[in-house]
Design a protein around this ligand. Structure first.
Ligand SMILES: *Cc1c(COP(=O)(O)O)cnc(C)c1O
Length: 355
């Protein structure tokens, strides 16, 4: 039976990515060796790494003065690298969920952190809107898509100071005005590649302004200078990332991805709003187009486990909600075909009919 992979991360990858990655595991670039066993300094892999960084720049129209680096350590390492490299005296953070609050916790190790607003008291079911960011902040940090709670800031805010953004779960889902940011970072395992690599886009003149000594491995300048080859990079995830980037280009780039994503999300949210068994969990205007969270309506609460089994039997994978929200979460990342969203909706309709 066809499986529909709605997992939140690691998550669905395009068939193109899987097919080319599988082929390279057997024989990489005609070398007669597996991608899993080649040197990261061989010319074939250096070409992959260069092309991947160039394609990130092309797809997101990264302006001059920015560099793209691929690092290990996940998005979570960036929670500490960002303040290590950028926080002189004070930074401002918007608290919109678990990942945002993890980032805040790390930043506090390095200086004053102003949490400009938080929706924690409402279990992060909305994005705070009325807040002021102190103009003397070194940067304003936010999480564009809250993977766990299903809210999203789907635009680039206008701020007086420079911005830093965790785009782990919605990078490449829409065009981005990179020029507004000092750093954009994203763990690969939601919209790009298997786990193991983190994409970072960093504005070079934002670096070198703090006075503290920075350990070599945690200093962005180390990795920029060595073109992500200071130490052994995650070779296979970078290869897979390049395949996904090529697939995005072939699909028409991030504008085309955004159009498809909006369409997919609308299909599912329309059904959640129509179906008497279900309801959404977050403010309608803040709904994420990547992670769609929903629960059973109060009078049907006892059907949750039944729907879960019903959906699993129909081939749905990974729709269990995060433990801090409960219910269900369907992640509709870029690689998710519309037909899978339609299959989930058909499953919800059929279940409603039976009850
Ligand atoms: C998954 C996720 C993270 C954590 O990523 P790791 O690579 O596991 O460190 C951070 N931020 C957001 C928005 C995420 O979705």
């Amino acid at each position: 039976m066809k499986k529909h992979n709605f997992s939140a991360g690691p998550s669905i990858l395009s068939e193109y990515t899987i097919k080319n990655s599988a082929a390279a595991v057997e024989n990489f670039a005609g070398t007669g060796l597996s991608i899993l066993e080649v040197s990261h300094r061989g010319k074939e892999f250096v070409a992959v790494s260069d092309e991947a960084r160039a394609m990130v720049k092309e797809l997101l129209e990264v302006p001059a003065g920015y560099e793209v680096v691929f690092l290990g350590g996940g998005a979570s390492l960036q929670f500490c690298m960002i303040p290590y490299n950028l926080l002189g005296k004070k930074a401002s953070y918007l608290d919109t969920g678990t990942w945002a609050s993890n980032a805040i916790k790390e930043a506090r190790l390095f200086g004053e952190v102003d949490v400009v607003a938080s929706s924690k008291e409402a279990n992060y079911t909305y994005i705070p809107k009325d807040y002021k960011v102190a103009e003397d902040s070194d940067y304003f940090h936010f999480t564009s898509n809250n993977t766990i709670f299903g809210t999203e800031i789907r635009y680039d805010p206008d701020m007086k100071m420079r911005m830093v953004c965790d785009m782990s779960s919605d990078i490449f889902s829409r065009p981005v005005d990179v020029s507004k940011y000092d750093v954009i970072y994203a763990g690969a395992q939601k919209n790009l590649a298997p786990a193991g690599v983190t994409l970072i886009i960093v504005r070079e003149d934002a670096l070198g302004r703090v006075e503290r000594p920075i350990p070599t491995m945690l200093d962005y300048r180390t990795h920029i200078k060595k073109e992500s080859m200071f130490n052994t990079p995650p070779v296979f995830p970078i290869f897979a990332a390049l395949q996904t980037l090529k697939w995005y280009k072939e699909q028409g780039g991030v504008k085309a991805m955004e159009k498809k994503n909006l369409e997919k999300a609308a299909i599912l949210y329309d059904e959640i709003d129509r179906n008497k068994l279900f309801k959404g969990t977050v403010a309608v205007e803040d709904r994420s187009i990547m992670n769609v969270c929903f629960v059973m309506n109060d009078e049907y609460k006892e059907l949750e486990a039944d729907f879960s089994s019903f959906a699993t039997a129909a081939g749905m994978v990974g729709i269990k909600g995060h433990r801090s929200v409960g219910g269900f979460r369907a992640s509709l990342y870029n690689a998710m075909p519309k037909s899978s969203v339609e299959a989930l909706v058909a499953c919800m309709k059929e279940f409603e009919k039976q009850h």
